[in-house]
Design a protein. Structure first.
Length: 258
């Protein structure tokens, strides 16, 4: 069964199930309910970055890229490399194997892939490449959730049964997947530039005590970090079905950083 046929059957089933709950609400409530069902049966794909990155423009002969892609998620079969290579080559960049000869480096790691939910995806995006205290993100996410709940409660057009029907659509039939990718992209600095890189590594040990290792070194590269979160949602969606659209969004974002 194709995705389109599956979506049509799901839409018809949900409409048949919830319409009796809206018979006393008037046209506006029924219209909103139908629009919600239609939206849930369409594949919705989004790709967002935690930070925007701007690289310096270079002449055509310097448009060379070294690419290092890793996948430490629990979806080892997820392979984004062919799509990323194609997207970058289509932009006129040459992909080379020697990092010393490349003007740009793209180093990416897929740290999460699979089932998720909108709030978790939002938290992962807000955390960015470098994690912040959990309390800060949790408080913001909790506030966002309260705002959405308050808006739903203030809409007097819907009864408790109708709100329950909306929740049924959301919780039971709408499936949500995400891919979270941490990214370092770097470019060669000009010959007269002086760049120092400082890395801080914290090692936690229960017996010997915690240790902090600070590494300082000179480098000829300007490095930028960001996080990319790609999401897909649809009724009765399977990860294998969502995967092509998620990979397409991720490869599009990676290639357009150049």
């Amino acid at each position: 069964m194709t995705i389109d046929n599956q979506a049509t059957r799901s839409k018809n089933f949900i409409l048949w199930m919830i319409l009796p709950l809206f018979t006393i609400s008037g046209c506006a409530a029924v219209h909103d309910a139908i629009q919600t069902v239609v939206a849930k049966t369409n594949l919705n794909v989004e790709t967002k970055m935690s930070e925007t990155i701007f690289l310096d423009p270079v002449p055509k002969e310097q448009r060379t890229v070294f690419i290092e892609l890793r996948n430490t998620s629990d979806k080892p079969g997820l392979n984004i490399k062919p799509a990323v290579l194609k997207a970058i080559k289509n932009k006129g960049y040459k992909v080379i194997d020697n990092p010393d000869d490349a003007h740009y480096w793209i180093q990416a790691n897929i740290r999460q892939a699979g089932p998720s939910d909108p709030e978790t995806a939002k938290k992962m995006l807000l955390l960015g490449y470098e994690e912040e205290p959990a309390g800060t993100v949790g408080a913001k996410a909790e506030a966002d959730t309260k705002d959405e709940t308050q808006e739903a409660e203030e809409d007097s057009r819907f009864s408790d049964d109708e709100i329950a029907a909306f929740n049924l659509i959301n919780d039971t039939f709408n499936t949500f997947f995400s891919i979270t990718t941490d990214l370092i992209i770097s470019e060669k600095a000009k010959k007269d530039a002086e760049i120092s890189e400082r890395s801080k590594i914290e090692v936690k040990q229960k017996v010997a005590g915690d240790k902090t290792i600070v590494i300082k070194e000179k480098t000829d590269r300007k490095k930028y970090q960001t996080r990319i979160v790609s999401t897909a949602s649809q009724m009765n969606l399977q990860f294998d079905e969502a995967q092509p659209a998620l990979i397409s969004g991720l490869s599009h974002t990676l290639s357009n950083l150049l």
